[in-house]
Write a protein that binds this ligand. Sequence first.
Ligand code: ATP
Ligand code: MN
Length: 291
Amino acid sequence: MYDTILIPTDGSEGALAAARHGLALATAFESRIHLLSVVDERTYSSSIADVDSTVREQRDAFEREATEAVRILEELADETSVACHTAVEHGVPHAVIASYLDRHDIDLVSMGTHGRTGLDRLLVGSVTERIVRTSDVPVLTTRPDADERGSYERVLIPTDGSEAAAAAVGHGLAVADRYDARVHALSVVDVSGLMGAPDVGMNPDVLDTWTEYGERAVSEVAGRAEDRGLDVTTAVEQGLPYRAIRDYTRQEDIDLVTMGTHGRTGLERYLLGSVTERVVRTIDVPVLTVR
Ligand code: ATP
Ligand code: MN
């Protein structure tokens, strides 16, 4: 399923956490890994570097830093049985990572939610956000402070019944299958959204309708899990979706969340779906996002 996994690194704690999870996944799937660090060419002017020795020295210093970032993760990989390829390239990080995915036929990317510059920022780092939003292959994102887990025993698949959510189900089930994990399918009825809609008001019938819709969505996931012989738990809850997903993850001691980059309402939107963005940013366990 995942023959080749890419771990991009900027030498940060976030990349290190992502590397640990990426390596564990590579061990489980017997994948090869690629370690890539991109020297951001916007931090030096490449045309000036050709003629100006000071700028050239600066560029070389950045390149040594990138090489070191890759070397640290290579040492981690050496402690495992995973075969490892390393690369240092120059360019704009998200663009180089995106083209690397194509050039090397990568099946999955594992990266940090944050990198070197944005740790105290509220949002997901801009490089990761771009890759999650545009990549054709699934992206495993890990917070710098995420728990280290040797294996995944409980995999959560949140679903709003949309096609976008369904895209992630196959990947969630494949990972669960590989680890012999229990699948949890969760659908959250967004009560705040229901109350905000003027035409539905507080009509209890509307809540019933959405609850039934959620039950259909989770039983669809459960059916696919059972087809593969996996154990499943289903749940339909009310609340703010990202909070309910986060609370469920803690209560049920979930190890991994697999979800679509978009849901029912945001498909046309250019940005990442808001529930996914919040889950990726706030949850203590890795999240596998699928476009
Ligand atoms: P920002 O750069 O948007 O200010 P940030 O540095 O916190 O914020 P990102 O740059 O998106 O966040 O970093 C998140 C992850 O992206 C890192 O953990 C790493 O996996 C990857 N990454 C970031 N920059 C590079 C790079 N230059 N080369 C390779 N991987 C990178
Ligand atoms: Mn960065």
